[in-house]
Design a protein around this ligand. Sequence first.
Ligand code: MG
Ligand code: ZN
Length: 374
Amino acid sequence: MKFTTYRIFYILVLITVAIITFAYTEIEPPIQNKSTTKKVKNIIFFIGDGMGLSEITAASIVNGNFLNLEQFPVVGLVKTYSASHLITDSAAGATAYSTGHKTNNGSLAMDVNAKPLKTIMEMAEENKMATGIVVTCTVTHATPAAFYGHQPTRSNVNEQLASAFVNSGVDVLVGGGKKYFMERTDKHNLLDTLKKKGFNVIDSISEARNIHEGKLVCLMAPEQPVSLLNGRKSYLPEATAKAIELLKNNKEGFFLMVEGSQIDWGGHENNSDYIIKETIEFDQAIAEALKFAQLDSNTLIVVTADHETGGFSINGGSLENKTVQSAFTTDYHTATMIPVFADGANAQEFAGVYDNTDIFYKFLKVLGWDIPNK
Ligand code: MG
Ligand code: ZN
């Protein structure tokens, strides 16, 4: 190369480098990169048991073409199959969310070889977060139990799960199932044990109106609370608000799981009124979380389901009259993908189509925690 040619070549290279450098420094970093830097302080995780897209749509129509969860800016879809079945049950479904593992139907926070898996609620306890569980079934039922208990099968283990709860470190518990704490084959009264551990122990949420701090166990029925159709006084929204009020005082943040437990039972009964009433109550509980998150920019709210129930569909009806004509394909669960709604801090992580187990890893990512259970 001659000297002049070399110099022109050299200048061209310099100009190219300058253009590239300039162009790249002008590009905004993608949104995903921003999200990984800021940690979430509080997570409120809503599980509508059996709540698929038709259940949500039907509830919206009957509720006047509106649900609070329609405000959520981020929507995703999860695949719900378990390790053993295309169609999951609630035990394997909740275990996917609580541990990041697909397991056999019936297993609670254990892998396919019956090895216990650490749950996100146990990790939250280790990280000094406050924790809570609010449900409309017995507190030892599959969905809540998969967050604090470990059993190879969900059947006939209510008393063992009540004992596991007492040792779990969970700070707020609301639901049914008092009997499993009081009328036990081992004659222990676990409610006395909980009182000694400093819990406020009550049996209706209205009694909590004077409680503004400390730990709370509220067991409002001996076994399952009845359905709203059969006269349950709605408590899920007030209990959610109370749980947030008690847990938010913790400076390391909190993890709260709220379940609309009986949406699933309406599906099993092929009873659309049952499904719709329970879904609307669940949505009102979501409104309580939204109220809190609007004032606290470090709170993430995620709403999803473990599976759909009933093969529920809407074959007619009227927005004007707030009615649906429904049909069902089964009295069990189905394998259809399930929507995920996210709002608040790092909500964008929850967009896309992914496995139910990914919810657990997304929680870990936004909390800045390492992966356990490898
Ligand atoms: Mg459940
Ligand atoms: Zn079910």
